[in-house]
Design a protein. Structure first.
Length: 503
């Protein structure tokens, strides 16, 4: 009725299962548990108001002379960073001009240090004359700053976090109705310059020495043991590399205060015990490249190698974690400004904490219960099922694995509704036959029988899916190795009694 192969690989996430040189199965997991960025690196919303009042006494102003010609600067409060250059990823600048000048004025606004494609940011607009003192002319311009590279060294080119701009206002018609304008105390022009939601693409300058702390929980490993329901294991060998990948052009001194695995289902937490806890590590700065890549960065690495000899990392993994808790401190530029103002950062690239876990499947299992949902196709039943009065479903299992297993098979209909448990409780499969090296050389056949009747057979043929539960136990204190060639073959045979009517 059914001839199927059951493989541990099918129960595990395919991408995690690998084989080593001797064909032994191993779980290999790579993921990111720490994603650390310098959150202070941002340009805050900033508004600068420049007032240009008229003179206290009325002047005969020659209209050929610009009414206003001004150079000003905007200073940004960027905490712990002295920026000299940035490229803007997104954001806008809003310029609002309020004027009581009674004639049309041409205004020009230039930011010489903000360039895009080599062209400075510049806008020129005509501001209509104000109809009355109580009704000044107001004009607002919004400029998209995306893609602009901005020099933030200020007027003397030796500063930081400072943007300069030029503003001029001159009469459109310099002859009519007269070549002279009566410029007095009721005349004014106010300029309100706002930078809104400016997100840098990158930043260059000096990063101040400071301590940044990251105390968080990552659920990056949530899929690693998703098919484990219960039980425990003892792993013979575990290797975990925690690599810090630094994309920032600054030196860091890091301290891992805490690293713990958390099983949110059981509430269990296991803290890492290692000489690396509380120990300072030095992470070199990244390097800028000029090869057309993006980001143009060669990241630096610092890797901590953990195994069962220098830590209790095996206990952390045996906890079947779906989360990792960590507390890490980073001191930025612990030796100060050693780059001569050439620190850099790209907004989406900080310091990553990367996990690489290798676990050869050599283990001691204690009621280790795994599950998987699979398709189930018993074929189509025939009309003779209505005449079934009893019998058995016999399951023959040829087991190549080196450990006993309790098997449960719950059949589901097309809507995932439960139909029947195919096996009786405590249906056990015997371990395969091993040689002196612990390698299975021949399978052990186990026969499991379950009672059958018309109703159970009907539900059997309605099944389209099955949940397979396997509970493993190993004998003795030796770790059992699992090889890629191991599997379990299941055959289901019906031995039924029919009610026959002889005419």
């Amino acid at each position: 009725m059914v001839d199927s192969r059951l493989d541990l690989v099918d129960i595990m996430t395919d991408s995690l299962v690998h084989t080593n040189s001797d064909n032994q199965l191993m779980l290999v997991y790579e993921g990111k548990i720490i994603d650390f960025s310098m959150d202070d690196f941002k340009i805050p919303d900033t508004t600068v108001l420049q007032n240009h009042p008229g003179p206290g006494v009325t002047l005969n102003w020659p209209k050929r002379v610009p009414l206003i010609s001004d150079t000003s600067d905007n200073s940004f409060d960027v905490p712990n960073v002295d920026l000299v250059r940035t490229t803007i990823k997104s954001g806008k600048m809003e310029v609002k001009i309020t004027s009581s000048i009674r004639e049309d004025i041409e205004i020009t606004y230039i930011m010489p240090g903000a360039t895009k494609g080599g062209v400075p940011l510049s806008i020129t607009r005509v501001l209509p004359g104000s109809p009355s003192l109580s009704n000044p002319t107001i004009r607002t311009e919004t400029i998209d700053l995306s893609g602009y590279t901005v020099d933030l060294r200020g007027k003397n080119r030796r500063g930081y976090n400072t943007m300069i701009y030029y503003f001029t206002a001159e009469f459109v018609d310099k002859l009519n109705p007269d070549s002279i304008y009566q410029y007095g105390s009721t005349d004014y022009m106010n300029i309100e310059n706002s930078f809104v939601k400016v997100i840098p693409e990158d930043g260059h300058g000096v990063f101040h020495t400071q301590t940044l702390s990251e105390d968080s929980i990552s659920d990056e490993t949530s899929g690693l043991f998703k098919n484990v329901l219960s039980g425990s294991i003892d792993l013979e060998q575990v290797k975990l590399d925690l690599s810090f990948k630094n994309y920032i052009g600054a030196d860091f001194q890091g301290v891992i205060h805490k690293l713990a695995s958390i099983n949110s289902e059981t509430g269990n937490r296991v803290d890492l015990k290692s000489d690396y806890i509380g120990k300072s590590i030095n992470i070199n700065r990244a390097l800028l490249l000029n090869n057309g890549s993006y980001p143009p960065i060669r990241a630096s690495y610092y890797t901590i190698g953990l195994d069962e000899k220098n830590s209790n990392i095996d206990k952390l993994i045996e906890n079947f974690p779906d989360q990792f808790a960590y507390h890490v401190d980073f001191v930025v530029n612990p030796d100060g400004n050693v780059s001569g103002g050439n620190d850099f950062i790209y907004t989406d690239y900080g310091i990553e904490g990367l996990l690489n876990i290798e676990m050869p499947l050599s283990l001691i299992a204690n009621n280790l219960k795994l599950f998987d949902t699979t398709d189930f196709d018993p074929g189509e039943g025939d009309e003779g099922l209505k005449d079934v009065i009893g019998g058995y479903l016999h399951v023959y299992c040829d087991n190549w694995y080196p450990f006993d297993a309790e098997i449960q098979l719950k059949l589901l209909d097309k809507d995932n509704g439960e139909l029947i448990d195919l096996f009786l409780p405590e249906s056990n499969i015997k371990a395969g036959i091993v040689d002196e090296n612990g390698v299975v050389t021949a399978p052990t056949r186990t026969k499991i029988s379950a009672p059958a009747n018309q109703q159970r057979m009907d539900q059997f043929y309605r099944a389209e899916k099955a949940i397979v539960y396997l509970t493993f136990n190993t004998e003795g204190e030796e770790h059992k190795k699992v090889y890629a060639s191991y599997y379990c073959n299941l055959k289901v045979i019906a031995d039924l009694q029919y009610n026959l009517e002889i005419k």
